[in-house]
Design a protein around this ligand. Structure first.
Ligand SMILES: [Mg+2]
Length: 341
């Protein structure tokens, strides 16, 4: 069997504009590139460690340094890799998914088949994708909306003390459908209800994480109140009870960096479907590498927010692409189909 060499490097991605959400603001995404090589074939993976889940570039590389590639006994047995990674304990999910991603990319390349074909995806084309407008000064918002001209759906970050001003400003320059992400920014039920009443007349199709993840009973009350679909993001890492989530939200936003595995993301889609949940796939600030893995999963999802690579100005890779209606599609190439730009 193949014996693998594992390499990893910092992958610092620079944002086009300082990106601000309700919790933080930043100019650089400190990601990690993973390479898994055997038989002259390199599989690539990417981690985007998130401070909300106690991860950093350093902690991610430290976890990778402790991984022993001799534990990959049969590279085609991905469940075995997941068991080895589970045995290292909880956490480090971005590092774990980067390693699994690299192994899947390697498997596809070794078999000379695109992963969407290997996995029997319904097609190589997924849902329409939104483009995110971060929190910005009100006078900058019209420019941000103009820059998003090619994208049919805008995702607007809220959770500020001037949310209505933001929406009114955006509505003065576009009538595109909007998705909202409050990133836990509405701190009580009455505030959330009042924002939703306002947004209900603004052609808003969904709201991500209106209130803090800990406010379960309020989120459940909001679900039955809201005429707009609410989606769990910070409330959903992939390890919670699906039934409890279904009581609090209409849908779930899957992110590979949270679930820690593509394979488990697929299991979560099936469990979410059984509970009647809408399924969304999202991303962190990532290059086209990690986002192509998310695009693969999007082929089974209802909504896609896969613009992480469009928000950076030095994406080293080429992979997922968008058609004229901005539906995401996978390139017809072995593995993830990602190449250097
Ligand atoms: Mg979100």
């Amino acid at each position: 069997m193949a014996s693998f060499v594992l390499r990893y490097h910092p992958l610092n991605l620079h944002l086009r504009h300082t990106f601000t959400i309700s919790r933080w603001s930043r100019d650089i995404a400190a990601n990690v590139l993973v390479e898994l090589e055997a038989d002259g074939i390199i599989g690539y993976g990417e981690a985007s460690p998130n401070q909300r889940y106690n991860e950093s570039q350093e902690s991610c590389m430290q976890w990778l340094s402790s991984f022993n590639t001799a534990d990959i006994k049969n590279p085609f047995d991905v469940e075995a890799l997941l068991r080895v990674m589970d045995a290292t304990g909880p956490g480090n999910y971005s590092a774990k998914v980067a390693l699994e991603m690299a192994l899947y990319d390697w498997i596809g390349k070794k078999l000379e088949i695109p992963l969407y074909e290997l996995w029997n995806a319904p097609s190589n084309t997924g849902p329409q994708t939104c483009f995110t407008v971060g929190i910005d000064k009100t006078e900058n918002l019209p420019d941000r909306v103009r820059e998003a001209e090619p994208y049919p759906i805008l995702k607007i970050k809220l959770g500020t003390d001037r949310d209505r001003e933001i929406i009114t400003t955006i509505r003065s320059v576009t009538d595109k459908p909007l998705w909202i992400d409050a990133n836990e920014g509405w701190k009580d039920l009455e505030t959330a209800k009042s924002h939703i009443r306002f947004l209900a007349d603004q052609n808003v199709q969904m709201i991500e994480q209106p209130m803090p993840a800990g406010m379960k009973s309020e989120l459940a009350a909001l679900k039955s109140y809201s005429p707009i679909v609410t989606m769990a993001d910070e409330s959903f890492t992939g390890r919670e009870s699906i039934d409890e989530l279904a009581a609090c939200f209409h849908g779930i936003n899957l992110k590979l960096m949270k679930t820690g595995s593509l394979r488990r993301a697929m299991q979560l889609i099936h469990r979410g479907r059984k509970a009647g949940l809408h399924i969304m796939i999202g991303c962190m600030i990532e290059s086209s590498l990690a986002n192509s893995a998310a695009a693969l999963i999007s082929l089974w999802c209802d909504y896609a927010d896969l613009d992480g690579h469009l928000l950076i100005r030095d994406d080293p890779y080429k992979g997922l692409a968008f058609n004229e209606q901005n539906h995401v599609y996978m390139p017809d190439m072995p593995g993830l189909g990602v190449t250097l730009r």
